[in-house]
Design a binder for this molecule. Structure first.
Ligand SMILES: [Zn+2]
Ligand SMILES: [Zn+2]
Length: 346
């Protein structure tokens, strides 16, 4: 009985419907007009979309259990540890840093815009480090390991990633004067949109969302971010406003002539929990052990993935550069006039 109850509570928590149930029970529908009420009405959207996505995949006989199995295991593993650590980290950063804030803000609309731009900047920093510093990549790669895109991928994260991301993001926002209620509102919007951009091709085939692709970061941009195609690697780090990708030249549109290949560049066994969760840490450890000297060992921890003490780097930058040059050479060759046959002409 306890087991059934626990599963029931977990299901309600996953669906994000506990507050809605409470509102229905008490009949206090006025709550829905408050900020908290709006949060509780929006919370079930992503889990609901995920269920629709799975339902459609089953209906069209495209459902593959492997696409969902690993994110589900990771979600269960993270459910408790990560959430508590994250809340504690946010509370700690606010408590320590609030008195050093550069300016003070409130819930006015213009501070909301300011706060969102600062939040996106802090998200960019955390996410960029997650791809460019090997030890952080070890934490972030779990999210990139799935080889197909669907809403369950949004739950696939290494359990230490959320706390460290929140320390970076909260610290920058609080120091830049984003006050806590404003920060929580932004976090909520960011969390909801950040989950939605993982919607799979099964539910929304063209993730560009029409004209929105020109203004904000769409599922199409985030699909590019999850791709291992050389041109797409390490691009589109933002979540909703992609201004910082444009500022730092990491913006990349989805090309119609380039099919997205999801996953990370090394061979991963997507059905092996330990490979998906700890694989990158294992390979980092192997590189550290075989590296000569303390300096090289330390460099493996902080340099981008693919960096090598031998100088034979396979970083995203190197791989992408080689691809661009190859493509340029192929285009130049294709635009050359066909040589005229030198002999045989009458
Ligand atoms: Zn990423
Ligand atoms: Zn993602």
């Amino acid at each position: 009985m306890v087991v059934v109850q626990t599963i029931w509570h977990e299901l309600i928590a996953f669906l994000g419907i506990s507050q809605i149930i409470e509102i229905c029970k008490t009949g206090n529908y006025k709550v829905l007009l408050t900020l908290n009420g709006i949060f509780s009405a929006i919370s079930p959207l992503i889990p609901l979309l995920l269920l629709i996505e799975i339902g459609r995949a089953i209906f069209y006989k495209r459902f593959k259990i492997e696409d969902y199995k690993m994110p589900f295991f990771i979600f269960v593993a993270n459910r408790f540890i990560s959430r508590f650590l994250s809340i504690a980290a946010v509370a700690f950063c606010i408590g320590v840093l609030e008195k050093y804030a550069l300016l003070s803000t409130n819930m006015k609309w213009y501070w909301f815009i300011y706060g969102y731009i600062v939040w996106e900047f802090s998200h960019f920093i955390y996410h960029y480090l997650g791809h460019k510093v090997r030890i952080f990549w070890c934490l972030h790669s779990t999210h990139h390991a799935p080889e197909s895109m669907n809403l369950s991928v949004t739950y696939a994260h290494f359990f230490l990633e959320a706390p460290y991301a929140d320390v970076i993001r909260t610290s920058i926002c609080i120091l830049m004067g984003v006050n806590p209620p404003l920060l929580f509102l932004i976090m909520f919007i960011d969390g909801t949109w950040g989950a939605f951009i993982h919607v799979g091709e099964n539910l929304i085939k063209d993730g560009r969302l029409g004209f929105l692709n020109k203004i904000i970061l769409t599922p199409s941009h985030h699909r590019v971010h999850h791709a291992k195609n050389p041109l797409y690697m390490d691009t589109n780090f933002c979540n909703l406003l992609n201004i910082w990708d444009k500022v730092f030249h990491t913006y990349q549109d989805e090309r119609r002539d380039m099919h997205i290949e999801y996953g990370i560049s090394r061979e991963v066994n997507p059905n092996n929990f330990f490979d998906v969760y700890f694989g990158e840490l294992y390979y980092l450890w192997k590189d550290i052990v075989k590296a000569p000297g303390l300096k090289n060992k330390l460099l493996y921890i902080v340099m981008p993935p693919g960096w090598s003490h031998t100088g034979d780097h396979k970083t995203a930058k190197v791989v992408k550069q080689a691809f661009i040059e190859e493509e340029k050479a192929a285009m130049a060759a294709a635009s050359q006039p066909m040589p005229v046959a030198a002999s045989g002409a009458a």
